[in-house]
Design a protein around this ligand. Structure first.
Ligand SMILES: Cc1ncc(COP(=O)(O)O)c(C=O)c1O
Length: 731
C-alpha cells in the first residue's frame, strides 16, 4: 500500500502557506510520513492484479476480458496478443485462424503501404461465421429431432430486420439453401428484398410475412406466391383477414395464411414487453376463433396452415421456452381439430446469445442454454403435446435473428487520446499564484486542510478541501479571484484527493466513434456488448477507462461494460507506436439499422473477409468506404454539389484577388473543400501507416484485380470490384 510518497504531493505539502498567512506555528503541511489508503490504479480482478507486468500473458488477457465465455467458439487471443478469429467456429483448424489486427491493417493502411486505404471505424464481416451459425442451428435441430424421434423437420427463417445488409441476407439465403432456410419480413421494403433474394434460394424456403399490413403489403405477399415463392401471410391483426380475402380473390391467388397468437406465457425481461395476452402483437383466443369461423364460411379454412408466436428476444431459460412452445402446440392442435390444414409451427425469435459469457438467466445479457439445449427443449415440447393429442408432428420453423447474425461482424474503432493519468505537476498549476486574493474564509479552510492532514484525518481533510474549492469558485464567479489562482486551487485540490486515494482513477479514452450511430442499443436500452482491445493483449493493461465518443452529447460515452464493470482495463496510449484499436463484438444484429446520424456521423467502412488458403490467410472480398460528409448531408436534404459551388464561388470572390500574400489560392481552397465533402466525417487517424511497424508481419499482399482505388467519391459504391480477391498470405 503506497505511502504518501508521490513526488508532486510531497512537494506540495511542504510548500509554505499562502502569502500572509501563518499556519498557527507550522510553516508546512506535515511531512509524508503518514500512510494513506489509496485505491490501486489497476483495480482489475484481484488475481490478475497480482501478476507483474513482466509475467503477463495473452491467456491472462483472455481471462480478464472473459473472451472464452462470450467469444467461444469464434474469438480467442493468440500468442501475439491479438484477437484471433475462428471463422468456422469449433471446426476451425489452428492454421485457419485469422489475426484481426492484420485485417484492420490491411483495410486501413494507406494504399502506398499496401493497404486498402479505408478510414475507421471499420466493420469487419466474416461470412464464414454466418455459415457456421446456420449450420450449427440446423445441426442442433437435426440432432434433437433424431434424439426424440420427431417425425418432421426443422425449417427456419432469418428475420431480415436483424440486419438487412444485402450481403448478409444474400449469404444467408445461399448458405441456408441446403436447409430450405427462408426469410421473414416485417415491412414492405423488407418484403421486397426478401422476395428478390429468395429467387436464388431453395424453392421450399418460407417467406414469412409478419408485421402490420396494408393492401399493398398483402398484394406483394400474394404476388410472391405467383412468383413461386413460398410466402405465408401471418395475420398480426384480425382486420388483415378481410384484406387478404378481398385481394386474393381479386388477384386470383390462393393465399397461405398464418395467425400470430398472443400467448399467455410471458417473458419478463426487457425484450418480453410485447409478450403475454396484453402484448402489442398477435390475436387473442377469441380473435383466432373468429378468423377460423370466417375462413370456414368462405371455404378457405385450408388456407390456414401456420401458427406463429414470439414471446420476445433473449428468452432467458429453456423452461420458459418450453412453456411457451407447449402452449402454442396446444393451440396448433386445436386449430387442426377445428378443420384448418395446419402444417407449420413457427416459434418466432428469442434464441438468445451470451453477451457476457456468464451463461446465466439473471439478465438480458446472457442465457442459460446453448443451441443444442434450445433445440431439444422446442422439439421435446412440441412432440409431447402432439403425441398426447395424436396429431402429426408439424414442421418446426424458428425466426432466430440475433443468434444467426450477432457473431458475424466486429466493429473496430480507435482511441485518439485519453485524459491525463494524474493531477498536474505543481509547476504546471502555477503555485506562485496560489494564495493571492483568497478570502479569509478560504484561507481558514486551507489552514484546516493542513491541520486535518497532520492528524491523518482524511475525512475532515476531504470535507475542508471540498469547502475550500467551493469558496474559491464563488470568489471566481464574483470576480475577486483570477483564473490563475483558480487553476492553482484546482490543481492543489486534485493533488490532495489523489494522494488520499479518493480521486477517480478512471480515465476517459476518446474514441473515433459515434455511440449513437454504431452502438445505438447501448444508448437506448442499456444493451451491453463485449468491448476489448484487439491487440496488445500480451501486455498487462495498467489503466482503467471509460470510452467517450466524438459527438457533442453527454450520452455519447460507454461507461458500463459486461461483468457489471463501470470501466474497462486498458493500456496506456503514450509511448506506444501506432494506434490503439478496440473491437465491439457480437453486434451483428440490430445495431446497423438502428443507428442514427447524430452530429452527422455516418456508418463505418465495411470489409468482408473470408478465410483463405495458406496459414492464417484471409481474402478481403469486398471493401466499402463509409458514407462521406456529402452522403450524410444529402440524407438531411442538403445538396453537397450546390454547397460546394457556393463555397467555391466565395473562394474565387475573396481569395487570390485582394490578398496577394495569401499562401493558398482560390483553386487550392476549392480543392480542399471538395476533399472535405468526399471524406468520411470521422477524424483522420495519424497512425494508419505506423501500424505497419506494430504488426511487423512478414507476409505480403496481392490483388488479382486492377489497382485498388479507395478514393471513391461516392461512399455508396464498393471501392473494390466484386471479383477482386485481396489476400493476405504469410510468407
Ligand atoms: C416476430 C419476430 N420474429 C423474430 C424476431 C427475432 O428475434 P431474435 O433476434 O430474438 O431471434 C423478432 C424480434 O424481436 C420478432 O419480433
Amino acid at each position: 500500500m503506497p505511502a504518501l510518497a508521490c513526488v508532486d504531493v510531497t512537494t506540495a505539502l511542504l510548500l509554505p502557506p499562502p502569502p500572509g498567512y501563518a499556519l498557527a506555528g507550522e510553516t508546512t503541511f506535515p511531512p509524508p510520513s503518514l500512510t494513506f489508503t489509496t485505491t490501486s490504479v489497476t483495480a482489475i480482478n484481484s488475481n490478475e492484479d497480482e501478476v507483474s507486468d513482466a509475467n503477463w500473458s495473452p491467456s491472462l488477457s483472455a481471462k480478464l476480458f472473459k473472451v472464452d465465455g462470450w467469444g467461444f467458439p469464434y474469438f480467442g487471443v493468440n500468442t501475439a496478443g491479438d484477437i484471433s478469429v475462428r471463422p468456422h467456429g469449433s471446426a476451425t483448424m489452428s492454421h485457419q485462424e485469422i489475426d484481426l489486427l492484420k485485417v484492420v491493417k490491411k483495410a486501413s493502411d494507406p494504399k502506398c503501404c499496401g493497404g486498402l486505404g479505408l478510414q475507421l471505424p471499420l466493420l469487419v464481416r466474416f461470412p464464414d461465421v454466418l455459415k457456421d451459425r446456420l449450420e450449427s442451428l440446423n445441426a442442433a435441430f437435426d440432432g434433437a429431432i433424431q434424439l426424440h424421434g420427431y417425425e418432421n423437420h426443422y425449417q427456419g427463417v432469418y428475420p431480415v430486420k436483424c440486419n438487412q445488409d444485402r450481403f448478409v441476407v444474400e449469404d444467408i439465403v445461399e448458405f441456408g439453401s441446403q436447409f430450405r432456410f427462408g426469410l421473414e419480413a416485417g415491412s414492405k421494403p423488407e418484403l421486397l428484398l426478401a422476395m428478390s433474394c429468395l429467387c436464388k434460394g431453395n424453392s421450399e424456403a418460407f417467406l414469412i410475412c409478419n408485421g402490420f399490413k396494408d393492401s399493398e403489403y398483402i398484394s406483394l405477399a400474394l404476388i410472391a406466391r405467383k412468383l413461386a415463392l413460398n410466402s405465408v401471410i401471418v395475420l398480426e391483426q384480425e382486420e388483415e383477414l378481410d384484406m387478404v380475402v378481398e385481394i386474393s380473390n381479386k388477384l386470383c391467388i390462393r393465399p397461405v395464411i398464418g395467425v400470430r397468437a398472443k400467448l399467455r406465457t410471458k417473458h419478463s425481461g426487457h425484450f418480453g414487453s410485447t409478450s403475454g395476452d396484453k402484448g402489442k402483437f398477435g390475436l387473442t383466443t377469441i380473435q383466432i376463433l373468429r378468423v377460423v369461423k370466417k375462413l370456414e364460411q368462405l371455404d378457405m379454412l385450408d388456407c390456414l396452415q401456420l401458427l406463429h408466436f414470439h414471446i420476445g428476444s433473449q428468452i432467458p431459460t429453456t423452461e420458459l421456452l418450453a412453456d411457451g412452445v407447449g402452449e402454442a402446440a396446444q393451440i396448433y392442435c386445436e386449430l387442426l381439430r377445428l378443420g384448418a390444414q395446419m402444417r407449420v409451427l413457427d416459434i418466432g425469435g428469442g434464441l438468445g446469445i451470451d453477451y457476457d459469457g456468464s451463461k446465466s438467466s439473471d439478465s438480458d445479457l446472457s442465457v442459460a442454454y446453448g443451441l443444442e439445449e434450445y433445440a431439444a427443449a422446442v422439439v421435446h415440447a412440441v412432440k409431447y403435446v402432439c403425441d398426447r393429442r395424436n396429431v402429426k408432428h408439424p414442421v418446426i420453423c424458428s425466426e432466430s435473428g440475433r443468434a444467426i447474425v450477432s457473431h458475424h461482424s466486429v466493429l473496430i474503432f480507435e482511441a485518439i487520446g485519453a485524459s491525463s493519468k494524474s493531477a498536474s505537476s505543481l509547476s504546471s498549476i502555477g503555485l506562485q499564484y496560489f494564495g493571492e486574493g483568497l478570502s479569509e474564509e478560504a484561507l481558514a479552510d486551507y489552514q484546516n486542510i493542513s491541520a486535518a492532514t497532520r492528524r491523518g484525518d482524511h475525512e475532515a481533510c476531504l470535507l475542508y478541501t471540498d469547502q475550500f474549492k467551493k469558496r474559491c469558485v464563488d470568489q471566481f464567479k464574483q470576480g475577486t479571484l483570477g483564473i490563475e489562482q483558480l487553476a492553482a486551487v484546482d490543481g492543489l485540490c486534485d493533488l490532495i484527493t489523489e494522494t488520499i486515494g479518493v480521486k477517480d482513477q478512471v480515465r476517459k479514452y476518446h474514441m473515433n466513434l459515434s455511440v449513437f450511430t454504431s452502438i445505438p442499443d447501448f444508448w437506448s436500452i442499456d444493451q451491453l456488448f463485449p468491448i476489448i482491445p484487439i491487440h496488445r493483449l500480451d501486455e498487462k493493461p495498467t489503466a482503467r477507462g471509460i470510452l467517450s465518443d466524438l459527438t457533442c452529447d453527454s450520452d455519447g460515452k460507454i461507461d458500463k461494460f459486461i461483468g457489471g464493470e463501470s470501466s474497462l482495463p486498458l493500456h496506456e496510449l503514450e509511448g506506444h507506436g501506432g494506434g490503439y484499436y478496440l473491437g465491439m463484438f457480437l453486434g451483428g444484429a440490430y445495431e446497423e439499422a438502428l443507428g442514427g446520424l447524430h452530429n452527422l456521423f455516418g456508418g463505418p467502412s465495411v470489409v468482408r473477409v473470408l478465410q483463405s488458403d495458406g496459414p492464417h490467410g484471409f481474402a478481403v472480398t469486398r471493401a466499402v468506404a463509409g458514407p462521406s460528409c456529402a452522403d450524410v448531408l444529402r440524407v438531411m436534404q442538403h445538396e453537397p454539389q450546390l454547397m460546394f459551388e457556393t463555397l467555391k464561388h466565395r473562394a474565387l470572390e475573396f481569395c487570390g484577388q485582394h490578398d496577394d500574400d495569401s499562401v493558398v489560392d482560390a483553386a487550392g481552397l476549392a480543392n480542399c473543400l471538395a476533399r472535405s465533402f468526399d471524406n468520411m466525417p470521422y477524424l483522420v487517424s495519424s497512425s494508419a501507416c505506423s501500424l505497419n511497424a506494430v504488426t511487423n508481419n512478414d507476409g505480403f499482399y496481392y490483388c488479382s484485380g486492377d489497382d485498388f482505388s479507395a478514393d471513391s467519391a461516392s461512399a455508396a459504391t464498393s471501392v473494390a470490384g466484386e471479383d477482386e480477391h485481396w489476400s493476405y498470405c504469410c510468407a
